[in-house]
Write a new protein. Structure first.
Length: 125
């Protein structure tokens, strides 16, 4: 995995240390890539056109009234397809969704070349 710069999704800013961006590599860079990939709507941004980067999460949850079973299976499919495009991610398991009002918490495990990772993604619709 290439090196990348750490990003704070709450503030929308790169993390800095001594006025320099914090560099990530290895499993930490992969974790950031996972969050960025899930947060990026597929084919929305011209920089990612034709790269098959991102997932169609918003298409399934914003303003839709699909049944919870359908939404969970489609979200799993979208996220699994998006993440398995990365060469360091081998498989996805233990996928679950919990909703509370407008918050949706997606949890899953990934088998990676760095070992097993447990990830949590919170989506606020």
């Amino acid at each position: 995995m290439k090196k990348t710069f750490d990003f704070d999704f709450r503030t929308g800013e790169f993390k800095m240390k001594n006025k320099n961006p914090v560099e990530l590599e290895g499993v930490d860079a992969l974790k950031l890539w996972i969050q960025k990939c899930i947060r990026t709507q597929l084919d929305r941004y011209s920089i990612y056109k034709g790269k098959h980067y991102g997932a169609n999460i918003e298409d399934l949850v914003i303003g839709k009234s699909y049944g919870s079973g359908f939404v969970e299976s489609e979200l799993r499919r979208e996220i699994e397809e998006a993440l398995l495009r990365h060469e360091d991610i081998l498989s996805l398991s233990n996928f679950s969704i919990a909703t509370k009002r407008k918050l949706m918490e997606i949890t899953f495990s990934l088998a990676t070349t760095y070992g097993e990772l447990s990830e949590v993604y919170v989506y606020d619709s």
